[in-house]
Design a binder for this molecule. Structure first.
Ligand code: ADP
Ligand code: MG
Length: 682
């Protein structure tokens, strides 16, 4: 449904909403707050920490004064709280308030506190009458992700109208499911996630909405699976002599785990049925080489193999590595690459090689499928560090009529019981164990005062011929700010470090070609320190890098931090990870301590799950791979199991859908199915 059908949203605000990824009324309803603001009872202003936002009941003590600064008109008034403490309220560019603020009048003032010498200042306070404030006190107000020109007030209003105008009380979920899994009604959940009156409300809403996400996902996955079941193998591929020879020339011998997983893959590819397999292996366990061997087998059998990566940086890296390896070993085929940022000429050349079948191994981003590239005979499709579930179908459909083997590689450590649900359509290979000559990464969690030492430490590692990453403070509000942050931090670092240290930066707002160039320079050892956002979180392999320093570490999910840490410890040298904890909260220290003590992804995930309750869902960025909107596979594992159980119940008739519920239910599920299908057929 068109966003503009909502009262108050015209072309201009619709365009702004699009910037936030909100294109329809449905998107808006699912545009959940990123945090909540709580309007506390008014309190005394005495002893309030600078930076805190508080509400104070106060009397205007003297008539407001206007001053003219360079850029602002500044209005100020002295106010006395109920205990008699005086403070100064200051407003910029709001001269019209002057007439409103009468000496002796009592209001609730709510704003941020700062200090100027002995004086208490309240900046830009909102002003409420006692009655007005009574109505909102203790309510949680939603705080949304915003973009320039779009205010929180406007988003709030739009969401409110969307709920009022478009959502009725009829739930698509059958009553029996709601009862069995203790879920609230859908409309109630939407109201309570956007406008909760308290934490309990919000948690109940969240539980219901997370259930929905999982449940719909599982239902769609099952429909896909049913449709694609039992494909017979059109591409029987077995181990080639040249592959054996290739494995012997590797600079290392395969680990036991690699050998085991490779055997499972080769058994699949030579069997009667098409392969649909997930490799789950911790960061650094060596998945790439396993994938490459499967691709070489495929190429030597005369077919094409495709490898897709979620980012341009990662795709480039795989391409460079594979191309070099193939040519070093004189293997009798070409390697091609396709990514979004390639120029027209290069693209034409690569496409030609792909279409003619000259290129047998093809590496790229999703451009490989989305641009309707033409292939000769694809028999194997590999997705590395994939962003979404249910990928298998998307890849399959892209090769209409033919069913290639599918291999999905993931470093996200999900407990087996959950993996079986989430990757319901795939067989699972677990690749545990690291290459043996690796030294375990040494970790430390430090406060901000340790920074100078960390910089010296990095300098010393660089002097010893190694490289380092510094991951920059994360900014939730906007990607633009995040980019600015990286640039600023880089400046700071250049000043703090000795001149001959070569420091560069990388962030998500840079163009694809620019990112590639920076990354290639770093991989070639021409940059010593790379300052970056989490764009390098996934997959990047520069074995010469030995230090990972993460600023504001407490703001990342443990899974993401584990991924980041996985960028070092990839070679034979000792590597180090420095987590800078900028918070004093005990919970932050506790969580980081888990990482400090262990380098094992599965262990970390299980501990994380224990520490974080389902309530802790804001302010922590999840690992990109599991991008449900509100649900979190770790902390919501129980809900995930319930959703799977409900899907089972419907399948085997244990859960009865009443006649008057069936239409709504079927309609909603087929809508989801269609949506997923549309995505596939881009
Ligand atoms: P990931 O599983 O995180 O994708 P990679 O495949 O990128 O890990 O491998 C990480 C590093 O380990 C690479 O530099 C790779 O060459 C190296 N490597 C892979 N297998 C082995 C092995 N059996 N012994 C030693 N090093 C290995
Ligand atoms: Mg990898």
């Amino acid at each position: 449904m068109d966003l503009k059908s909502i009262k108050g949203i015209g072309d201009k605000s619709a365009a702004l909403f699009e910037k936030l990824g909100v294109y329809s009324v449905e998107d808006l309803l699912e545009f959940y707050p990123r945090a909540y603001d709580c309007y506390n009872e008014p309190e005394g202003i005495c002893n309030t920490d600078a930076g805190t936002v508080i509400a104070v009941k106060g009397k205007i003590a003297s008539s407001p004064q206007m001053a003219f600064g360079n850029r602002f008109k500044i209005l100020s008034a002295v106010i006395r709280d109920e205990e008699g403490t005086a403070f100064k309220a200051v407003w910029y560019n709001m001269p019209f308030l002057k007439g409103k603020l009468k000496t002796g009048a009592v209001y609730i003032f709510r704003g941020k506190i700062s200090y100027k010498g002995q004086n208490i200042i309240m900046e830009q306070p909102d002003i409420y009458s006692i009655g007005e404030y009574d109505k909102i006190v203790n309510m949680m107000q939603p705080v949304y992700r915003l973009t320039k020109g779009l205010s929180n007030k406007l988003v709030t209003k739009a969401v409110r109208s969307a709920i009022n105008e478009y959502i009725d009380d009829n739930d698509y979920l059958p009553g029996e499911i709601l009862k069995k899994y203790d879920l609230i009604n859908h409309k109630e959940a939407l109201i309570n996630i956007h406008f909760p009156t308290g934490k309990e409300d919000r948690d109940g809403a969240r539980k219901r909405l997370a259930f929905d996400e999982f449940f719909k996902f599982i239902m769609v996955l099952r429909q896909f699976k049913e449709r694609d079941n039992g494909q017979s193998n059109e591409f029987v591929i077995s181990r080639n002599e040249l592959t054996d020879k290739f494995i012997k020339t590797l600079p290392f011998s395969l680990t036991e785990a690699q050998t085991k997983v490779l055997a499972e893959i080769e058994k699949d590819m030579s069997s009667k049925r098409t392969m649909n397999r997930l490799i789950q292996g911790d960061v650094g366990s060596g998945k790439t080489i396993v994938a490459l061997i499967a691709m070489i087998d495929t190429a030597l059998a005369g077919y094409q193999a495709i490898m897709m990566a979620p980012t341009e940086v990662l795709a480039r890296q795989h391409y460079e590595y594979i191309k070099k390896t193939v040519s070093d070993n004189n293997l009798p085929f070409e390697v091609a690459v396709l990514t979004g940022s390639m120029g027209a000429a290069a693209r034409r050349e690569e496409s030609g090689k792909i279409k003619s079948g000259k290129a047998k191994i093809i590496v790229g981003t999703h451009a490989l499928i989305q641009d309707k590239a033409e292939y000769d005979n694809v028999a194997l499709v590999i997705t590395d560090e994939q962003h979404r579930f249910g990928v298998k179908q998307r890849e399959t459909l892209a090769f209409k009529g033919k069913n290639p083997h599918i291999l999905v590689m993931s470093a996200t450590p999900i407990p087996r019981t959950l993996a079986i649900i989430l990757y319901g359509d795939l067989d699972i290979s677990v690749m545990n164990g690291m290459p043996s000559e690796r030294l375990p990464i040494k970790n430390c969690v430090v406060g901000t005062d340790y920074r100078p030492n960390a910089y010296r430490f990095i300098e010393n590692e660089v002097k010893a011929g190694h490289q380092a990453y510094v991951i920059c403070a994360m900014v939730e509000e906007s990607e633009n700010v995040e980019a600015e942050n990286v640039v600023e931090y880089t400046e700071k670092l250049r000043k703090a470090m000795s001149k001959d240290i070569r420091i560069e930066y990388l962030h998500g707002q840079m163009k694809g070609t620019e990112k590639n160039a920076i990354m290639e320079k770093y991989a070639a050892g021409e940059t010593d320190v790379l300052v970056s956002t989490t764009v390098i979180e996934v997959g990047v392999n520069v074995p010469n890098a030995t230090v990972m320093m993460v600023e504001d570490a407490q703001r990342f999910g443990l899974a993401a931090l584990h991924q980041l840490r996985g960028r070092v410890g990839r070679g034979s040298a000792q590597s180090y990870c420095i987590f800078v904890n900028t918070s004093k909260a005990k919970s932050a220290t506790q969580r980081l301590d888990i990482l400090n003590k262990s380098n094992d992804g599965f262990y970390i995930a299980s501990q994380d799950m224990k520490l974080r309750g389902p309530g802790d869902f804001f302010g922590i960025r999840q690992s990109g791979e599991m991008d449900f909107n509100i649900a979190d596979i770790y902390t919501d594992a129980e809900i995930l199991k319930n959703a799977s159980d409900a899907a089972d119940g419907i399948e085997n008739g244990d859960i009865i859908i009443k006649a008057d519920e069936a239409d709504r239910f079927d309609m909603e599920i087929s809508k989801c199915y269609k949506k997923a299908n549309d995505k596939i057929n881009l």
